[in-house]
Design a protein around this ligand. Structure first.
Ligand code: ADP
Ligand code: MG
Length: 891
């Protein structure tokens, strides 16, 4: 049993059912029946004051009468009675509940108040609950079916989490018919208490769960969700379907970006960044479930197809190309081996056409060879029932193998292949009716594998001389906000960009034709004139932009024309002047657009695509959540149509993509460091073959007070500002910085090199090699809830000599810390320094106190704790352990 806070919910030893009855069509009646039918072995306590016995079980008038404390309370009584029941539960020590009852926030204000009452009681007693307004939960492995679904759910390895109860029951019904089993089924209802994030957190460590299916309708909060999703998809495939793809944007947008990027784009970007595979239809979700029933995961995306007919092979290959699935290139060895078992006429390439007369033996031999070939990551076996083929005997040959990589089958046809499909299902070999569905299913596994790379990305710190002038940017924004302006002028917007080292065309404002001429002389011809008005967001629409003005005469008439045009098209608009800027003349320019938008749930998002005055027509955009680094920026660019125009085409040499990636990273830094940004358009960003220039920019800001640094973001950026150099008294230079996923090797060497005793002191156990999952947990951290600093020295190569970390506790105010120093570096002040840095970070994060456990015989550590003014006391249960504690800031 794990000690996860939700464990009693999913693995209760006893349950009380409030509202249990013998009426079959009542919720409480159905739940009681389900619990009895599903073979739950724990104790079942029906609670209903109107009955003494229900379905053969003794019933109790209330919880007290049971004289026990059940692990789980299932509540199916009318809404107004729920607070009272929960109170009873709290008083008798019940800490987990599932509330099936409807009639809370979804029915309006009275319901909202009732919900708050329930929440308050839960908080008072520390009760965690699922629901209300949900179908319930299932843990088929222990025969627990605490739902009112008509289906039982068979044990399996997939966890299903659904916001919709109806979808939940529909999936269960389909799954039962297709022998697909579940580890857990969770209908979250309105998730008043336990949300998606926490459920996912449980499923990550749940050994019964190999993969996760999510049905999402909407989210209120993104931080928990994102960090739990990212954690989950690092270890298990997560496949999600999201309802409401075409829901309209939430607010009237003041920018191009706002008009182009919808809520669903943002959701899509979030899922992608979290490494989640998204499907669009329930059929796809079912197909995904089917492939997940097999425990085999792809370790690459290269597919081999074995078929007894050419047509389906070609179809499948086409589809694989559409889905970006690589067809495995067969090695000479594989070809040689196949030549030995296949008729001479086989095409000697992938798809591996084993010819129409193939029987079970040939199928089996070809499959064995593919399963052993290192250049193949997954195999699709296709069979079309031909005159000489007996589908069932071939299927029997297939199920005898124990594949170590994904094996997918597709027996085409209907009545002739029905028994084969049943056989595959029974053996948990994913089987599909069409090659298309089979290919798509493999793409889910391949995508999960490919996602791992994106998941390990952290945004890197910029080189020092490139550090943005955050203070300057902040002052520009404050200035505007003080004037009660939300829309920054082109000049202000560009000043912001330039504070973050994004190249711009310098811009000044003229209030007369004469002044425009002087500014043009100052800036150098040719110039561009644009109307400068708070009230005009798309300047060329009103004839407010004049390009490439080469002479004094041209500037003068352009100035007057702009004023005339604007007066004609927008007579009511107040004109603040005309801005003058150099004409950007980069050779081989591509016009691009970078945008920023703030989503209510996911915070800032960055979009990229083709730019210019017609962006709304082409609608070419891709969206990503910050923080970005070079790799993520590359991934963002690659998703657009304009990406192809950045390569060499016609007489255009390749565009300066490296610089473009840098600009995207700097925009990402802007949104990390400037939480005031509400929307931003850089349109166009002129990208040449050598260099880049932002020629138009528009930033919309909001007043905002941060609760702590980066609290406005869904993904906490790499906290580069903690990096520093420090000297030991003997002059040794030590570099201290937050840990990163790339540090896995450093950390492995460090931990493995610790002495037995040091390991015992730090981990409470000894081991030879740190496990892969431990290493992942140590280096891939969520900087919002955890912090770890490593101390490095240069000794030919970088060597880690110490690490310190804290993890925020569920109360959100305190954190538990751990410290480890390499044996030969102990007693030299490294521990003291790392602890001081960690304490400062905890304080900055707004935490109140730090706690830790130190072994009683770890004298150096206890001494260090004393010198850092930690209080030290005995552990209440374990004499071998001291508890150390210290305030870091006053609440
Ligand atoms: P708006 O988007 O408000 O209509 P812009 O400032 O983006 O106005 O100008 C419209 C178009 O004029 C741009 O898409 C770009 O093609 C061109 N342009 C604007 N400023 C410059 C400049 N400084 N150098 C070269 N071209 C420019
Ligand atoms: Mg523009």
């Amino acid at each position: 049993m794990s000690n996860h806070i939700l464990e009693p919910l999913f693995n209760p030893r006893s349950i009380a059912i409030f509202g249990a009855s013998n009426r079959e069509n009542s919720v409480g009646g159905q739940v009681l029946q389900n619990v009895l039918k599903s073979g739950y072995e724990g104790t079942v306590l029906p609670i209903n004051p109107k009955h003494e016995e229900l379905l053969g079980l003794k019933a109790f008038p209330d919880l007290k009468a049971t004289e026990t404390t059940p692990d789980l309370a299932v509540i199916a009584t009318p809404a107004p009675t729920v607070p009272n029941i929960l109170q009873q539960c709290g008083q008798s020590g019940v800490r987990s509940a599932v509330i099936l009852t409807a009639g809370f926030r979804e029915v309006g204000n009275a319901g909202k108040r009732l919900e708050q009452q329930v929440l308050d009681i839960a908080h008072t007693y520390g009760i965690r609950f699922i629901g209300p307004n949900c179908v319930g939960i299932m843990s088929p492995h222990i025969g627990l079916n605490a739902t009112f679904s008509r289906n039982q759910g068979i044990p399996g390895n997939i966890a299903l989490v659904s916001q919709s109860g109806a979808i939940c029951t529909a999936i269960l019904d389909w799954a039962e018919a297709n022998s697909i089993g579940f580890s857990r089924v969770i209908s979250t209802g309105i998730a008043a208490d336990t949300d998606f994030g926490e459920v996912l957190d449980y499923l990550v460590q749940d050994t019964k769960t190999d993969s996760i299916l999510l049905y999402i309708e909407g989210l209120h909060e993104s931080r928990n969700f994102m960090s739990a999703l990212r954690k989950a998809s690092r270890v298990k495939p997560v496949i999600a379907i999201k309802a409401g793809r075409h829901a309209a944007g939430s607010k009237a947008a003041m920018s191009h970006t706002g008009a182009l990027v919808g809520m669903d784009d943002v959701f899509d970007a979030a899922l992608r960044r979290a490494g989640v595979v998204r499907v669009l239809t329930t059929t796809q979700l079912f197909d995904a479930a089917r492939i997940l029933t097999s425990r085999r995961r792809a370790h690459g995306g290269r597919l081999a197809i074995i078929t007894n007919a050419g047509g389906p092979g070609v179809l499948a290959t086409d589809l694989a190309a559409d889905r970006h699935i690589e067809m495995a290139e067969l090695s000479q060895q594989t070809l040689d081996r196949l030549n030995e078992v296949l008729p001479a006429t086989w095409p000697k390439a992938n798809p591996i056409d084993i010819i129409g007369d193939a029987g079970p033996d040939r199928y089996r031999q070809a499959l064995e060879i593919c399963l052993e070939a290192p250049e193949i990551d997954g195999v699709l076996v296709v069979l079309t029932p031909q005159a000489m083929t007996d589908p069932h005997t071939v299927a029997e040959a297939m199920v005898q193998l124990d594949p170590k990589k994904p094996l997918i089958t597709c027996w085409m046809g209907e009545s002739l292949v029905e028994s084969s499909r049943d056989l595959f299902s029974k053996h948990h070999i994913p089987t599909y009716t069409s090659p298309e569905a089979a290919i798509e299913a493999f793409s889910y596994l391949a995508t999960h594998h490919a996602n791992q790379k994106l998941l390990r990305q952290t945004a890197e710190a910029m080189p020092l001389e490139e550090t943005p002038d955050v203070e300057r940017a902040q002052m520009i924004i404050e200035g505007a906000l003080q004037e009660r302006r939300k829309v920054l002028t082109e000049m202000e917007s560009k000043a912001l960009l330039s504070a973050f080292r994004i190249p711009i065309t310098p811009t000044m404002t003229a209030h007369s034709a004469q002044e425009a001429l002087l500014l043009a002389s100052e800036l150098g011809f040719p110039v561009v004139l644009k109307v400068h008005s708070q009230e005009i967001s798309h300047k060329s629409d009103v004839g407010g932009v004049k390009l490439n003005l080469k002479t004094a005469q041209e500037v003068r008439s352009a100035y007057n024309e702009i004023l005339e045009n604007v007066k004609r098209f927008r007579p009511e608009a107040k004109i603040d002047g005309v801005s003058v800027q150099p004409m950007a003349m980069l050779p081989h320019t591509r016009e691009l657009m970078i945008g920023v938008l703030r989503d209510d749930v996911f915070g800032p998002v960055i979009s990229f695509g083709g730019g210019g005055t017609a962006v709304e027509v082409f609608r070419d955009r891709a969206v990503s959540l910050p923080p970005l680094n070079q790799k993520l920026a590359e991934d963002l660019i690659a998703q657009t149509k304009v990406a192809r125009m950045l390569k060499q085409f016609r007489n255009f040499p390749e565009a300066d993509v490296e610089t473009l990636k840098q600009v995207l990273c700097r925009v990402s830094e802007m949104v990390c460091e400037l939480p005031w940004i509400e929307e931003m358009d850089i349109n166009p960003l002129m990208l040449g073959s050598d260099g880049v220039r932002a020629v138009d920019a528009r930033v919309v800001v909001r007043s905002f007070v941060e609760s702590h640094r980066y609290s406005h973001m869904a993904i906490h950026p790499y906290p580069a500002h903690y990096a520093k150099d420090w000297q030991l008294t003997d002059g040794t230079l030590v570099h201290i910085r937050p840990i990163r996923p790339e540090d896995a090797e450093l950390e492995r060497e460090f931990v493995n090199s610790l002495s037995e005793q040091a390991k015992l002191f730090r981990f409470g156990q000894t081991f030879k090699q740190i496990s892969a999952s431990m290493l992942e947990r140590f280096t891939q951290i969520d900087y919002d809830t955890e912090m770890a600093f490593i101390a490095l020295i240069r000794n030919g190569k970088e060597v880690e000599i110490g690490v310190v970390r804290y993890i925020i506790q569920p109360d959100g105010r305190s954190c538990e810390f751990g410290l480890a120093i390499a044996d030969e570096w102990q007693g030299r002040g490294v521990g003291h320094k790392l602890m001081s840095e960690l304490m400062a970070a905890a304080k900055e994060r707004g935490l109140q106190h730090m706690i830790g456990e130190v072994r009683s015989d770890n004298y150096p550590m206890l001494k260090l704790m004393e010198s850092l003014e930690f209080s030290i006391r005995n552990h209440p249960e374990d004499p071998a352990i001291r508890l150390v504690e210290r305030q870091v800031s006053r609440g």
